[in-house]
Design a protein around this ligand. Structure first.
Ligand SMILES: [Zn+2]
Ligand SMILES: [Zn+2]
Ligand SMILES: [Zn+2]
Ligand SMILES: [Zn+2]
Ligand SMILES: [Zn+2]
Ligand SMILES: [Zn+2]
Length: 624
C-alpha cells in the first residue's frame, strides 16, 4: 500500500529524473509541451534533431514528440543556443537538491513544517494546501499560476503569449509600425523602427493591415504553402517508393539474366561434354579398327610363322619340305609386307573460348548510376484566378509628381515615382506622403528595380540610364546608351530598353558592346517588360498593339483590342500574364502569356504606368 512516505519518495525520485539521461536533473529547462530536461541533455537532443534541417526551425520533444518551434525570432539563434533560451524549470531546480520530502516554503520561513502540495509559478515556491488558500485569497497573489505537485506536476504548461516582445525582455507589444506591418514594443520603436513614421495602436489596426480580405488571403496563402510543401513530401516519398520499385525490378532483371546465364552455361557444358564423349568414342573406334586390321595381319603372319619356321633349317642339305616352307614363308612375308601400312594417331583438343574465359574474370554485371536533380520551386505567387479575382483599391492619393510616367515599389511599401516635368524622382509612402526626393540630370521616363537595392531610371532626353541606390536614392552610376530611352525592364543581367526607333537589349548594361537591337522597324515603343523566360513584351502606343518577342527578336504574338488605345505602361506577373494600361481607353487589359485576353479592368483614368510589388499581386497604377 502506498503511504505518504512513498508518495514523497516518488515525487522526489521519479520526478527528479531527466528522461534523457535518467539521472537527477542538472539545470532543468522546460519546453512549451510541459516536459523538462537537463540543459545539456536537451541541447544535445536539439543539435542531433536539427542535423539535416536548413534552416533549423524547431525539434520534436524527446518525450512526447510534439514539435517545438525554435525560441526567439525566425532564424535568430543558432541551434546550440536554443536549449538555454527555454525557461528554467524553477520548481525542479529548487527541489533538485537531495531526496528529502518537500516542505512548504512560507511555512518553513515561519518555522513550521507542513508538506508542500503545490507550486506557484510566479513566486517559484512550493506551497502547502493552507498557503495555497491564502495565496488565492490575497489580491497581490490572486492571479498567480499554481499547479499541483502530483502526477507530472513538475512540468507546467507555459501559457502561450503573443503580446510580449521576444526581442526585448517580454515587453508588451502595443503599437504597429505601419511601414513594416510589424508589432512593436516601446523599445522596438526606438531601436528597430527609428526611421519609421507611421505607427498606430494595436487596437487601431485597420482594414489595410488586417481586415477580412487580408485574413482570408493570408489563410489561403498559408494553406496553399502547406499543401505545396505536403505535395513535395508526397512526391519525395513517392520517389522513395519508386526507387524501391526500381531496385526490385533491377534485382529481378539481374536474377533472371544470372539464371539464364547459368542455365545457358550448364547446357553448353553438357553439350560440350557430350561432344567430347562422342568424339572420343569415334576416335577410339577408329583406332580399334586400325588395331584390329594390324592384329589381323599379325595373326596371319603368326599362323604361318608357327607352321613354317619349324620346317626351315639352317642346315646345308636341304630337303624339299624346307625348300617349300621357305618359299611359302617368303611369299607370305612379301605379300604382307607389300600391303599398305599406316599408324593411326588421334588426339582430341579442347579450347575454351576467350569469351568464356572472360566470364570468370567479370568485374561486374551491370552499370548503376543515380541521377539527382534539385529543382527550385517558387512559391512566391499564388495562381490567381485572374478572370474573377477581386480588385481592391488599397490606397489612392494625388501624385506628388506633376507628370507621373513610371514608378516602382521599393521595400516596405515605399514607392519611387518619376516626375517627368520636374526632372526628379520622388520616394513616398503608400499614402502619398513624400519621404525623400532626388533631382536628376535629365528627364526621367521609365523605371525598374534591379536586384535588391537598385533602381534603373531612363533619362529620355540625355540618352542615359542612371542607377539609383534604392535606400539612399543616390546616383550610383550614369550610363550613356546612344538612344533616346523610354521604358526599361531588367531581369538577371539582361536589360531591355524601348526607344522611339527600336527595342534594344543589353547583356550587361554597363557594356555598350553587349547591346543588340531586337527590332528595328519604326516602333513607337512606350514600355517594355521581361518575363521569366527572357521574352520581351512591348507596348506600341501609336499602333495600339502589345507584342511579345523572344530573345532573338522573333515575334511570338501581337495583341490588339478595340478597347485598347494608346497602350502605355505594362508589366508581367510571376506567371507571365501581361497587365497593360490603355491610356486612352481608361482601362487595364490582362492578357495571358500566349496573348489571349483574360479580362479588362475598368475604373482608371488615363493610366500611365503599372508595376507589381515583387512576389505579390499588389500593383500600383499611375494616372496622368
Ligand atoms: Zn538529463
Ligand atoms: Zn513534450
Ligand atoms: Zn504553508
Ligand atoms: Zn505566488
Ligand atoms: Zn521589442
Ligand atoms: Zn518600422
Amino acid at each position: 500500500m502506498a503511504t505518504a512516505g512513498d508518495e514523497e519518495r516518488s515525487l522526489t525520485t521519479d520526478l527528479m529524473l531527466c528522461s534523457i539521461c535518467l539521472e537527477q536533473y542538472k539545470q532543468p529547462v522546460s519546453l512549451p509541451c510541459s516536459h523538462s530536461f537537463c540543459l545539456t541533455c536537451l541541447s544535445t537532443h536539439i543539435i542531433t534533431a536539427c542535423v539535416n534541417c536548413d534552416p533549423p526551425l524547431g525539434f520534436p520533444c524527446p518525450l512526447c514528440r510534439k514539435f517545438i518551434p525554435a525560441p526567439g525570432k525566425f532564424k535568430e539563434y543558432s541551434v546550440d543556443q536554443w536549449a538555454k533560451l527555454f525557461p528554467e524549470n524553477k520548481f525542479l531546480a529548487s527541489v533538485a537538491v537531495g531526496t528529502k520530502p518537500i516542505y512548504c516554503k512560507p511555512c518553513q520561513e515561519d518555522e513550521g513544517e507542513s508538506k508542500a502540495s503545490s507550486w506557484c509559478m510566479d513566486c517559484s515556491e512550493v506551497l502547502c494546501d493552507d498557503c495555497v488558500k491564502y495565496h488565492k485569497k490575497f489580491r497581490p497573489t490572486r492571479g498567480h499560476v499554481i499547479g499541483s505537485l502530483n502526477g507530472c506536476s513538475a512540468n507546467f504548461c507555459q501559457p502561450f503569449v503573443l503580446d510580449k516582445c521576444e526581442a526585448h525582455d517580454g515587453r508588451k507589444l502595443e503599437l504597429i509600425c505601419k511601414e513594416h506591418i510589424s508589432p512593436c514594443c516601446s523599445v522596438c520603436v526606438i531601436k528597430e523602427h527609428v526611421g519609421c513614421k507611421r505607427f498606430c495602436q494595436l487596437e487601431d489596426a485597420d482594414e489595410n493591415i488586417v481586415g477580412p480580405h487580408n485574413v482570408k488571403t493570408l489563410q489561403a496563402d498559408v494553406k496553399l504553402l502547406c499543401s505545396n510543401l505536403e505535395q513535395i513530401i508526397t512526391d519525395e516519398k513517392n520517389n522513395m517508393n519508386c526507387l524501391d520499385d526500381a531496385s526490385d525490378a533491377f534485382a529481378k532483371e539481374l536474377s533472371e539474366i544470372t539464371t539464364t546465364i547459368i542455365d545457358t552455361v550448364k547446357r553448353l557444358e553438357e553439350k560440350h561434354l557430350g561432344e567430347i564423349a562422342k568424339l572420343t568414342k569415334q576416335s577410339k573406334s577408329k583406332l580399334e579398327e586400325s588395331v584390329h586390321s594390324v592384329e589381323h595381319r599379325v595373326n596371319y603372319l603368326q599362323y604361318w610363322k608357327e607352321r613354317l619356321f619349324k620346317n626351315m633349317s639352317n642346315e646345308t642339305n636341304l630337303n624339299t619340305n624346307t625348300v617349300l616352307s621357305f618359299m611359302k614363308m617368303k611369299q607370305i612375308y612379301e605379300n604382307i609386307r607389300k600391303l599398305d601400312y599406316s599408324k593411326l594417331k588421334i588426339s582430341i583438343q579442347t579450347e575454351i573460348f576467350d569469351s568464356v574465359q572472360k566470364l570468370t574474370s567479370l568485374s561486374c554485371l551491370a552499370k548503376t548510376t543515380s541521377f539527382e536533380h534539385q529543382s527550385p520551386i517558387d512559391f512566391d505567387l499564388r495562381k490567381l484566378e485572374l478572370k474573377c479575382a477581386d480588385v481592391i483599391n488599397i490606397s489612392e492619393f494625388t501624385s506628388p509628381c506633376s507628370a507621373l510616367y513610371d514608378g516602382e515599389f521599393l521595400s516596405c511599401d515605399k514607392l519611387l515615382l518619376t516626375d517627368h516635368k520636374n526632372r526628379r524622382c520622388v520616394m513616398c509612402d503608400t499614402e502619398g506622403e513624400v519621404l525623400q526626393e532626388i533631382s536628376l540630370p535629365g528627364t526621367p521616363w521609365g523605371m525598374c528595380v534591379r536586384g535588391e537595392n537598385e533602381v534603373l531610371v531612363t533619362l529620355s532626353d540625355v540618352h542615359k540610364v542612371v542607377v539609383l541606390d534604392s535606400n539612399s536614392l543616390e546616383i550610383k552610376q550614369s550610363l550613356s546608351v546612344d538612344c533616346s530611352c523610354y521604358g526599361i525592364a531588367t531581369s538577371g543581367n539582361t536589360t531591355v530598353i524601348g526607344t522611339r526607333e527600336s527595342i534594344v537589349m543589353f547583356q550587361d548594361l554597363s557594356d555598350k558592346n553587349s547591346c543588340r537591337t531586337l527590332s528595328t522597324e519604326k516602333e513607337n515603343i512606350d514600355d517594355v517588360a521581361l518575363d521569366k523566360d527572357g521574352n520581351v513584351i512591348v507596348s506600341n502606343y501609336s499602333e495600339a498593339i502589345v507584342k511579345k518577342l523572344d530573345k532573338s527578336g522573333k515575334m511570338l504574338f501581337k495583341y490588339a483590342h478595340k478597347e485598347l488605345n494608346k497602350p502605355f505602361g505594362l508589366t508581367v506577373d510571376g506567371h507571365g500574364n501581361i497587365f497593360v494600361n490603355g491610356n486612352d481607353t481608361n482601362n487595364i487589359h490582362i492578357v495571358s502569356n500566349d496573348g489571349k485576353i483574360i479580362r479588362i479592368l475598368e475604373g482608371v483614368q488615363n493610366p500611365t504606368c503599372i508595376k507589381f510589388l515583387r512576389g505579390s499581386y499588389r500593383f500600383l497604377v499611375g494616372e496622368c
